[in-house]
Design a protein. Structure first.
Length: 67
C-alpha cells in the first residue's frame, strides 16, 4: 500500500480471454486483498471475441469493500 492513505492500483493482462482465465485472475487478486476497479476488453477487427483483457484492481482507502 502507498503512503499518505492513497490507493494502490494493479493492472493484470489476461490472454487468452476465457471463463477460466478471468476467474483465476480475479480470484487470485481477491485473495490478496485487491478490489476490482474495472475490466477492459481488447477486440480484433472482424472478431466477436476479445483477444485480451485488462483487469484493473485497487487497494487502499478508496479501494476497500464497497457498500
Amino acid at each position: 500500500m502507498s503512503d499518505e492513505g492513497e490507493p494502490t492500483y494493479r493492472v493484470v493482462e489476461v490472454s487468452p480471454v476465457g471463463e477460466e482465465t478471468l476467474e483465476r485472475a480475479l480470484n487470485e487478486r481477491a485473495r490478496e486483498g485487491w478490489s476490482v476497479e474495472s475490466v477492459h476488453f481488447v477486440m480484433r477487427d472482424g472478431s466477436h471475441r476479445p483477444s485480451m483483457a485488462y483487469l484493473f484492481f485497487v487497494r487502499g482507502p478508496r479501494g476497500g469493500p464497497r457498500a
